[in-house]
Design a protein around this ligand. Structure first.
Ligand code: GDP
Length: 328
C-alpha cells in the first residue's frame, strides 16, 4: 500500500459488519493506522444528520480522506421478498446521504476518494451470462431483488454526476455473492451458504436423517471469499479515480446443488437432502466476467470454493460449538 494511502484517514461504513470487518483487518495489515469502523448503532446513515455527523466525528478536528462505503441493507431472497420497501428506502437514503456527506466533508476537487460497494445483483434479469459491466443498464433487474438493485444502481449515476460537477473521485465495485468467517449465520432470512452451514451442522449434530434446502437446486451462483473481496477493495482504493462499474468475483459458476453437496460433505452430514420447491429459486444463473477487475485492479481471487467453505465451517464451529449427541 503506498505511503500516502497508508497514512490517510479512512472511514469504513458498515465497518462492524461481515465485509467491513474483513476490510478493516486488511487495511490494518496493509499498514493503515487511521481506520474508523463506523457502525449504524452510532451513525444512522439513512439520515442526513447521521451521515454528516460521521464525517465530523470519525477523526475529531480532521476530515476523512478516504471513505469506503459498505453499509447497506442486505439480505437473502426471502428478506427481499418480504420487505422490498425497506430495502429500497434504506439503500437509496444511504447512497444519497453518504455521497453528499463526503462532498460536504471536503472530498472532491480531486482530493480524497470514495469507494462505493454495490452488488452484481444490480444486473438486468436478462443480461447475458456471464455478466459483463457494459450490460449493467441493458434492462430491469430480477424482480426478486429489484428494490435493492435499483437503489444501488442509482449510486453509479450519482457518483458520475459528482465526479463531473464536484471532482469527487470514486470507484464503483460490484462483488458477487460473498461468504466466509463472520457471515450472518443466525439470520433465518440470510444467504444460502451461512444458512446451509448452520442447517447441515445442526442436522449432523442431531443425526437427522434429512435436511431441507430451498428451491430446486438448479440455479447457479458464484461465491467469493470475503477476504478476497477485501483485497479487491484495497486495490480500488489505490488505483481507481473515476467511477466505472467493476465486477468482483471468481468467474467460477457453481450450481446450488453442488454447493449444497460440498457443505454437507464438509460438515459430515450423511442424511438425505430434500428440496422444498415451494421456496423461491431466484435468478436462474448468476456468474460474472472478471476480466475488467484483472485489468484495472490487477487483482484475482485466490481462495478456491472448497477451501473457503472449509475455513468458514471451522470458524462457525469454533463460534457455535454443537452439543454432543449420539444416534437414536
Ligand atoms: P440470491 O443469490 O440473491 O438469490 O440469494 P440467496 O443466497 O438467498 O439464494 C441463493 C439460492 O440458494 C436460491 O436459489 C435459493 O433458493 C437457494 N437456497 C437453497 N437453500 C437455501 C437456504 O436455506 N437459504 C437461502 N437463502 N437460499 C437457499
Amino acid at each position: 500500500m503506498p505511503a500516502e494511502i497508508a497514512g490517510s484517514r479512512i472511514i469504513v461504513t458498515g465497518g462492524q459488519g461481515f465485509l467491513g470487518g474483513a476490510v478493516c483487518r486488511a487495511l490494518e495489515a496493509a499498514g493503515c493506522e487511521h481506520v474508523f469502523a463506523a457502525s449504524h448503532a452510532v451513525h444512522d446513515l439513512t439520515t442526513e444528520s447521521g451521515a454528516n455527523r460521521l464525517m465530523r466525528e470519525a477523526f475529531p478536528g480532521h476530515a476523512p480522506e478516504i471513505v469506503i462505503h459498505l453499509a447497506a441493507r442486505v439480505g437473502g431472497i426471502q428478506a427481499n421478498a418480504d420487505r422490498p420497501g425497506d430495502f429500497f428506502r434504506d439503500n437509496m437514503a444511504m447512497t444519497l446521504n453518504v455521497i453528499e456527506a463526503c462532498r460536504r466533508a471536503g472530498l472532491g476537487n480531486d482530493r480524497g476518494k470514495l469507494v462505493y460497494i454495490a452488488s452484481t445483483g444490480c444486473y438486468p434479469k436478462l443480461a447475458p451470462v456471464p455478466h459483463r459491466e457494459e450490460d449493467l443498464w441493458a434492462g430491469y433487474p430480477d424482480p426478486s431483488i429489484a428494490s435493492y438493485a435499483v437503489a444501488k444502481r442509482a449510486a453509479f449515476t450519482m457518483l458520475e454526476s459528482y465526479r463531473t460537477q464536484f471532482g469527487l473521485r470514486s470507484a464503483f465495485l460490484m462483488p458477487i455473492n460473498l461468504y466466509g468467517p463472520g457471515d450472518h449465520f443466525e439470520d433465518p432470512a440470510g444467504h444460502v451458504i451461512p444458512a446451509l452451514v448452520r442447517r447441515f451442522s445442526e442436522a449432523q449434530a442431531r443425526w437427522d436423517k434429512e435436511a431441507v434446502c430451498w428451491g430446486s437446486g438448479s440455479p447457479t451462483r458464484e461465491f467469493l471469499y470475503v477476504d478476497d473481496a477485501a483485497q479487491a477493495i484495497l486495490r480500488a482504493v489505490e488505483r481507481i479515480d473515476t467511477p466505472t462499474p467493476i465486477n468482483i468475483g471468481t468467474g467460477q459458476e457453481v450450481s446450488i446443488r453442488q454447493v449444497t453437496q460440498m457443505i454437507a460433505q464438509l460438515v459430515g452430514f450423511q442424511g438425505l437432502i430434500h428440496w422444498d420447491k415451494t421456496k423461491p429459486d431466484g435468478s436462474a444463473r448468476r456468474t460474472i466476467d472478471t476480466a475488467k477487475a484483472r485489468r484495472l485492479l490487477e487483482w484475482e481471487a485466490t481462495t478456491p470454493l472448497r477451501q473457503g467453505l472449509q475455513q468458514t465451517i471451522s470458524w462457525y464451529r469454533a463460534r457455535y460449538p454443537a452439543p454432543q449427541t449420539v444416534p437414536a
